[in-house]
Design a binder for this molecule. Structure first.
Ligand SMILES: [Zn+2]
Length: 118
């Protein structure tokens, strides 16, 4: 049974069994699922996760900085510091989400299995 791409992206679990973790570090994919043995070696999302994260976080961070500036009129260094901290906090979360989502889509469309057969 495969899980939906959104479920995989939100839980960072294997798209095949839904139990094994996709990652062995913050952003490093595991070689294979610890539960069912599905290989993640064929997964290659390229720059996809970075593109989607930059696009989404650009809107979020600029929107946050604009809101902060107009709502509270803090010193500019405080706005930049707050926006930078928010960026550092959200970047790994977004990258993991989109990386997992793209991996789940590749699994759904049988790309992971096809690469293993070659
Ligand atoms: Zn698995």
């Amino acid at each position: 049974m495969s899980h939906s791409a959104l479920h995989v992206a939100l839980t960072n679990r294997c798209p095949a069994c839904g139990v094994g973790s996709l990652y062995r570090g913050i952003l490093t994919l595991a070689d294979r699922c610890s539960q069912c043995g599905l290989s993640f070696a064929a997964h290659d999302s390229g720059d996809g996760p970075a593109f989607f994260a930059i696009t989404l976080l650009g809107f979020v961070i600029v929107g946050f900085a604009t809101w902060l500036e107009f709502a509270f009129r803090p010193p500019i260094w405080l706005t930049l510091l707050a926006a930078t901290l928010l960026l550092f906090a959200l970047t790994p979360v977004c990258l993991r989400f989109f990386k997992s989502y793209l991996l789940a889509l590749q699994f759904k469309h049988h790309r992971l299995q096809q690469e293993e057969d070659i």
